[in-house]
Design a protein around this ligand. Sequence first.
Ligand code: ZN
Length: 200
Amino acid sequence: MALPPIVQAGDPVLRAAAAAVPPDYLGGREFRALVQAMVAVMRAAPGVGLAAPQIGVGLQVIVLEDTEALMAKLSPSERAARGRAPFPLRIIVNPTLTRREGGRATFFEGCLSVRGYMALVERDLEVEVTGLDERGAPVTWQARGWPARILQHEVDHLRGTLYVDRMLSRTFSCNEEVSGRWFDRPIDEVRAALEADRER
Ligand code: ZN
């Protein structure tokens, strides 16, 4: 199966609200092919999440998965700080996100549709998502830490929002600068260096 390309920022499909998946479409052959393509694209990238608009399909479908291999470069303390731990594949259709009272967290975040860059983004630490699974059964997931960040990022895609709309804009950085310079530094230090001398 040839994988569809990942749509890049500038394509209006990333800026449009995705449509709810109709009940009679769920579980059909076309829908199953869409989900299969999304999972394959996410894993090939590799990434921890993908929304249907990122392969040019304006429907409310997200897929998420995190694995040991994807976090291999993180130390135990970096994993703990991010609340990052492997979780199995999740497919969520027509998701609704609710904030929970868990505070906020700021970390570098990137997007497969904004290739080559990362920035600090403040997100809710805890969210609850409700929606349907790939068979149309209701699902609820209370997520905390990195899975909660991925959920917020992917549900944003379904509303036409990219992380660059929420980032601390002065921290927008090339991937090479983040990995070479900032990745293991405290967030306060990154902010002090990149947000210094900001014009008021
Ligand atoms: Zn993204």
